[in-house]
Each structure stands twice: as structure tokens, then as C-alpha cells.
Design a protein around this ligand. Structure first.
Ligand code: GAL
Length: 768
């Protein structure tokens, strides 16, 4: 296969759901896209914004657990409507990539495996095991046949250009020995036997059997080489940020570094790269994996959890995509030559009979360097790539961001008379009591344990972020004769990654012991082999308290700070179409539903660990998820996405909370998220765009052309400025408009006193 196209794909995850679909917009997953009544559809909007962002293709997962929730019972309804999702992509004129897996990893519960699979006699996952392979083949064949039947593979004239089998098996294969090698062979043969007419990819699988294409995953893949000389260099997961865990910090990856990674990849012969995530969305229901993955799967992706543009990331990448597309013919067909300029600066020149295109990369993480190419000096900032589509003019540099920075704001729900407090009703009560004679000791392997003795609450314990084993030990008061110890164990997402991840234990691993202290003597009585009865699930869930209009709810004096309490409240949907979140501050941990739709686990009482730096984030140097983190010491996740498709725009809506730890719902309130202000800072000779994403720009708070100082929200004039009043020029161009374009030049703003040595910049802060 000759690499003849540059492809920029995006993995859109979204979940949500009507009954359950697939893609984290659920087209099962994290992305919400449609609902049966066609209220507000997220899929088309997300896909449209991806196209506007300069992408060619949308990749999506296919979540096995969502589509086959019970063996041979399938669900492709509502948000799980894979075919409808692919057709929406097609309607937008984009290609599609189908990540079948069906092991997907994805921070998705159990890596996407249905739990019934785990319970099949004799099954061993991800290895040469007939029971597993039979189920994997069955599901993969089903998906392929559905797609074929609708003529959606590119070989049939449809949008699907690639499909993926397995995921990063090469990372764990050695743990499975020869059986693992046999499994990879089997995966390849099985996939190939389905005759989809487009290539299959495997990622992180350097021994991928022909004709499988091995691809790269990571923050950088410029140094990756495919495993056969005849196959294209492809990057299937370019991590745009990182996921978040309960107790962990908020990861951020800068637009500059992400653009640098992409430009380096194409400079060094890349043909296809897929942003992971371009839109990450929300882990609705109990789909979050882990353990300990948060409900938000925002990922600091170019489209944020709610579908808003994450600026400047989205815009900076859009510019890059436009430049790369403009050079597509040269870069894919041209002869390649390289120049080493020294000081970690390297150039790559692609030439055809029609012309040449150049990349100059400076991989030094500190020093800017000036190089001379064909008689012209070019300054290449540290950790950046300059792109010259004609090998003369720098049209784009990855470290120079002229896309706007959007500052998002949360607004209270003006549809409510009393927006701050919800009036609640409660269902049941509990009375914790402490014992003091001996201790009860329980070894647990996560993730949450609540202990009761003779019907009274003794204590709780849960894992710390990253440390899932713990020992619970508390004093206990027992009766003479019979005592009943009740252990309630809750999981916060099953493991989704690693060799044999499917065998990771969660819950009460044991031993369960009584420890008696008699003077200096310690007596241990092991209760592990006593008769324990076992019950799965919560009564309230079985009774569907989250959706039914039960008469059992009490109206007055609802309890606070009490474990295992159900709360219910009604509210009006916030006006307008801006994304909606519910602020769950004051609550402990639990599950929440809006109109019967689970919006996921909540846990605002889990405070994110320390370790955030006060220094500004430096895009230079290799990124990993511990760099540029925020949110230390604050609730890991305080706001929870409520898709508009879950809401009745007229009339009442119901919020149901199951509070597991105890909390006070008095401060729970609904808010909308919208852009509050937009800033740009761009060098002269650029055209910049300011936009309030669909609403008019109401005022210009700051504008200066010269050498202004500061960052968005704190701009100030520098030592030189243009002669004309920059504020009134920008006001005239922008106020009242949804977006405006400005030429950053002396022609627009008048001459300055800055002198020729200063590169003049324009800084603007607009209020939306
Ligand atoms: C990759 C995996 C993805 C996702 C990612 C981290 O290794 O293939 O599915 O889990 O890591 O977000």
C-alpha cells in the first residue's frame, strides 16, 4: 500500500445513551449523540466540529459489553446505533475508522469485555483459548457483517477505510508465552477471513502478521518505523492529554506540544495520525474502568467533554491541518532530502516537479536557533517545527499560537426560582454506632468497603489513588452468642489494562479476622472460612428508584450526612442550548440519574492529590501526564455533564441521587457552560479570528498592537503601541458579531514606535 494520503483522524468517544450504544457518545459510550425523540443531537455537532477542525476521518470504538450485554442478546438501539453513527460520519463527508477490538482498553469498565464472558467455564481472555476465541470471533463477525450489509466499508463505496483488531497486545504478549503468539496469529487470520476489503491495523504489535499493519500509540511517534518497508507509517493514538482518576490531578497537554508532535510525525514520513481523544466525553452509567477512572473523560481534548471547542488547542491544530493539507501532494509524492543544521535543528524537504515544501524542526527543549536556508535566516524556536509550504515562507510554527484562547464560564440556572438549593426528599435512614472490645481486620483489594456488625455501621475504607490494597481494622463490640458481620463492597470500575488485567481482583480478598487483645497476648480468629452469604447489587437499583415515581419518598426534614440515602428533586432545565452540568458539591460519593438516565458515578468529596507546580506550564520538552497538571487539593470532579438529550426542555425534570457516604445536597445546583471571554495574542502579518461560538461579542476589554504584556485576563500595554486606538478598531470589527477577522498589521492599526527589531503583536480580550 502506497502512502498516498495524509489522514488526520479523530477518535470521538462519547457515551451515553438511550439504552446503551457504543462510542462513548454511546453510540454507546461516552458520547451522547442521539436520543429517541431527536431532542438535541450531539453526534452531528461533534462530527461537524471535527470536520471544521480540519480532520478527514472519525474513529470510533465498538464496545462489546454495551452491544452484547448478555450472551447472544444484542443492543444497537439509541446511542448504541453504530450504523447510524457511521452514516452520520458519512453524511458529513468524512472517512471512518472502526476500532472493533473487541478488547479496547479505553479506561472502559473491564476493557470492554462483557462480564458474562468472564463467567464462561474454561475461558481465558486474550490468549489461544477456544472459548474466548469463539466469542471474540462471533462478535467481530457480527459487527463486520452489519457494516457490510449497509455497504459502509470503503471497498463497497462507504466511509470505513480501516478496522482495528485487538489493542496493544504487543505490550503484554510476553506474559502469555507461546499461546500469546498463537493468539496474535489467530487474530490476524480471523480478521483477514472476514474480507472487509480495507486494511486491518494492530497497534503496538511489532510482529503483526502480514497483511496486518502495525501502528504506533503514544505522545510522540515520529521515531516509529513500521514493521515492513512496504507499509505506511501510522499513528493510531496521539494522546491529546490524558484521562483522570479519582484522587488524581487534572492533566493538560499544551497546544504547542501537541502540534509539535503532529508536525514532527508528518515531517518524518507519517501518513495517518489519529487524535486520542479528539472528543473524550463522559463515562455515563458505570462504564468508567480503571479502577478509579472519573466520570469525566474530557482528556483535555480539542473538543471538551461538553462538545465545546477547547481553545486554543482546537484552533491551533486546525491551522496546522490546513497547512498540511495544502502540501499534501508534495509531501505524499515528493522526493525527500534532509538537512542537519546543527544545534538539534533538522530540515526535511519534499520536492516534486511542481514545487517543494519544507519542515524545519528544533528539538532542543531550551534554545531557540537561527538557521540559514537558501540565503534566508529563519529563527526556529526551541521545541517547535516551522512549516514552509513553498520552502520560503514560514506559514506555521507549532510554538506560535494565534488561535484564540477561550475562557469558559459556568452560569447558574436562570430557569429556577431558587437556583442554589434543591429541596429534597429522603428514602431511608441509618444509625452508625461504634464498638470498642476487639478489632475486626479485613484485607481488601479495593475498592470501597463498608462494614456493619449486628446491623450497625462499623466503618468504611477505600483505596487511595494508585494503591488499591488496604487493610481495614477497627474496634468492634460483639454480643455473646451469635453475631452477624456484614460487608458491603463496591467497585469503582474494573481494571482495563495490563497483562491478565481480567483476573485482577476487586473486593474483599480476605482474610477476615477477629483480633483479641488479652494483656500481652494477641489472639487471631480467622473468620474467612465461616459461612458467608453473598448478595449482588442494591435494593434501590432493583426497585429502579432512579426512575420510578415511588410513593415512599418523604418530603420533610430530609437527613444529611447519612450513608445510603436516596434523594430526589425536581428542577427546570436551564434555558437555551448551552451544555448543562450539575454541581454536586456537598455530596460524598454515589450515583446520579436525571430523568432515569444515569449520569455516572459522583465523588466530589475525593480531593485531588498535591503536586501541582506554581510555575507556568512550559510546552518545551517531552510531555507526559505528570506535566502541566492542575486542580490539586480540590474535588477531583465537582461538575457532572447532563446532556441536553436527557432533559425535558419544558416542564419538570427529576434528579435522583444515591448517596453512599453521606452528604448534604442543599448546594446541589444546575449550571450551563459557555464561553465567557476570548483572547488572542498574535504576531503581525497574521489574520486572526475571534469568536464567541455562536453568540455575539459584547465588548472589547483590551486591545493593543505593539509589544503588549501578560496573558489572557491580565493583558497590559507594553512600551510601544500603534498610533490608532486599537480598542475602537477591534470594537468596530467585532462587537455585535458572532465572529470577526482582523489583519494584524500596521495597515490596520497604524504605525508604531516599536522599531524594526521588535516583532509587533496584537493582544485582544473580548467579552462574550
Ligand atoms: C492506550 C489504549 C487506549 C487508552 C489509552 C489511555 O494504551 O490503547 O485504549 O486506554 O491508552 O487513555
Amino acid at each position: 500500500m502506497h502512502p498516498s494520503k495524509i489522514l488526520l483522524a479523530a477518535l470521538l468517544l462519547s457515551t451515553l445513551a438511550l439504552s446503551a450504544t457504543s462510542s462513548k457518545v454511546t453510540y454507546d459510550g461516552r458520547a451522547i449523540i442521539i436520543d429517541g425523540k431527536h431532542k438535541l443531537l450531539m453526534w452531528p455537532d461533534l462530527i461537524k466540529k471535527s470536520k471544521e477542525g480540519g480532520l478527514d476521518a472519525i474513529e470510533t470504538y465498538v464496545f462489546w459489553d454495551s452491544h452484547e450485554p448478555a450472551r447472544r442478546e444484542y443492543d444497537f438501539s439509541g446511542n448504541l446505533d453504530l450504523i447510524r453513527f457511521l452514516k452520520t460520519v458519512q453524511d458529513e463527508g468524512l472517512y471512518a475508522v472502526l476500532r472493533i477490538g473487541p478488547y479496547v482498553c479505553a479506561e472502559w469498565n473491564y476493557g470492554g469485555f462483557p462480564v458474562w464472558l468472564h463467567n464462561m467455564p474454561g475461558v481465558q481472555m486474550r490468549t489461544a483459548n477456544d472459548v474466548f476465541m469463539n466469542e471474540m470471533k462471533n462478535f467481530t463477525t457480527l459487527i463486520v457483517n452489519m457494516v457490510k450489509q449497509e455497504n459502509l466499508f470503503a471497498s463497497q463505496g462507504g466511509p470505513v477505510i480501516l478496522a482495528q483488531i485487538e489493542n496493544e497486545y504487543g505490550n503484554v504478549m510476553s506474559s502469555y508465552g507461546d499461546e500469546g503468539k498463537a493468539y496474535v496469529e489467530w487474530c490476524a487470520n480471523m480478521a483477514q477471513s472476514l474480507h472487509i476489503g480495507v486494511p486491518w491495523i494492530m497497534c503496538q504489535q511489532s510482529d503483526a502478521p502480514e497483511p496486518m499493519i502495525n501502528t504506533c500509540n503514544g505522545w510522540y511517534c515520529d521515531q516509529f518505523t513500521p514493521n515492513r518497508p512496504t507499509i505506511p507509517k501510522m499513528w493510531t493514538e496521539n494522546w491529546t492529554g490524558w484521562f483522570k482518576s479519582w484522587g488524581g490531578k487534572d492533566p493538560h497537554r499544551t497546544a504547542e506540544d501537541l502540534a509539535f508532535a503532529v508536525a514532527r510525525f508528518y515531517q518524518l514520513g507519517g501518513t495517518f495520525q489519529n487524535y486520542y481523544m479528539y472528543h473524550g466525553g463522559t463515562n455515563f452509567g458505570r462504564t468508567a474502568g480503571g479502577p478509579y477512572i472519573t466520570t469525566s473523560y474530557d482528556y483535555d481534548a480539542p473538543l471538551d467533554e461538553y462538545g465545546n471547542l477547547n481553545q486554543p488547542k482546537w484552533g491551533h491544530l486546525k491551522e496546522l491541518h490546513d497547512v498540511l493539507h495544502s502540501m499534501e501532494d508534495t509531501v505524499t509524492r515528493g522526493n525527500i532530502s534532509s538537512v542537519d543544521f546543527g544545534n538539534s535543528v533538522s530540515g526535511t524537504i519534499y520536492s516534486t516537479e511542481k514545487g517543494s515544501s519544507c519542515f524545519f524542526a528544533n528539538t532542543d527543549s531550551k534554545n531557540d536557533t537561527t538557521i540559514n536556508f537558501q540565503g534566508i535566516d529563519y529563527k526556529v524556536p526551541a521545541w517547535s517545527v516551522s512549516i514552509l509550504p513553498d520552502c520560503e515562507n514560514v506559514v506555521y510554527n507549532t510554538a506560535k499560537v494565534s488561535a484564540q484562547t477561550s475562557v469558559m464560564v459556568k452560569k447558574t440556572n436562570v430557569a429556577e426560582d431558587e437556583p442554589a438549593a434543591l429541596s429534597c426528599v429522603n428514602l431511608k435512614e441509618d444509625d452508625p454506632v461504634w464498638g470498642d472490645n476487639m478489632t475486626l481486620r479485613i484485607a481488601g483489594s479495593g475498592q470501597i468497603l463498608h462494614v456493619f456488625v449486628n446491623g450497625e455501621f462499623l466503618g468504611s475504607q477505600w483505596a487511595k489513588y494508585g494503591v488499591f490494597d488496604y487493610v481495614f481494622e477497627q474496634q468492634i463490640k460483639l454480643n455473646k452468642g451469635k453475631n452477624i458481620i456484614t460487608l458491603l463492597s463496591a467497585t469503582v470500575g474494573f481494571a482495563n489494562y495490563g497483562s491478565n488485567f481480567d483476573l485482577t481482583q476487586a473486593g474483599v480478598r480476605g482474610p477476615v479476622e477477629l483480633v483479641g487483645y488479652h494483656d500481652d497476648e494477641i489472639v487471631i480468629k480467622d473468620l474467612s472460612s465461616h459461612k458467608w452469604s453473598y448478595k449482588v447489587g442494591l435494593e434501590g437499583l432493583y426497585q429502579e428508584l432512579f426512575s420510578s415515581d415511588s410513593s415512599k419518598w418523604q418530603q420533610d426534614n430530609y437527613p444529611t450526612n447519612q450513608m445510603f440515602t436516596w434523594y430526589k428533586s425536581s428542577f427546570k432545565a436551564p434555558l437555551g442550548t448551552d451544555p448543562v452540568v450539575v454541581d454536586l458539591i456537598g455530596l460524598g460519593k454515589g450515583l446520579a440519574w436525571v430523568n432515569g438516565n444515569s449520569i455516572g458515578r459522583y465523588w466530589p468529596s475525593f480531593i485531588a492529590e498535591d503536586g501541582c507546580s506554581l510555575d507556568p506550564c512550559d510546552y518545551r520538552g517531552s510531555y507526559d501526564n505528570n506535566k502541566c497538571v492542575t486542580n490539586c487539593g480540590k474535588p477531583t470532579q465537582r461538575w457532572y455533564h447532563v446532556p441536553r438529550s436527557f432533559l425535558n426542555s419544558e416542564g419538570d425534570n427529576t434528579l435522583v441521587l444515591f448517596e453512599e457516604f453521606g452528604g448534604d445536597p442543599a448546594s446541589v445546583n444546575f449550571q450551563t457552560i459557555a464561553i465567557g471571554s476570548a483572547c488572542v495574542s498574535a504576531e503581525e502579518n497574521k489574520k486572526i479570528e475571534l469568536s464567541c461560538q455562536g453568540r455575539p461579542i459584547s465588548a472589547i476589554k483590551f486591545a493593543s498592537f505593539g509589544n503588549p504584556l501578560g496573558t489572557c485576563g491580565s493583558f497590559s500595554s507594553g512600551t510601544c503601541e500603534a498610533s490608532n486606538d486599537a480598542i475602537s478598531i477591534v470594537e468596530k470589527a467585532c462587537v455585535g458579531q458572532e465572529s470577526c477577522t482582523i489583519d494584524v498589521s500596521e495597515d490596520t492599526f497604524g504605525s508604531t514606535t516599536c522599531g524594526d527589531d521588535v516583532i509587533k503583536t496584537l493582544a485582544v480580550e473580548a467579552i462574550c
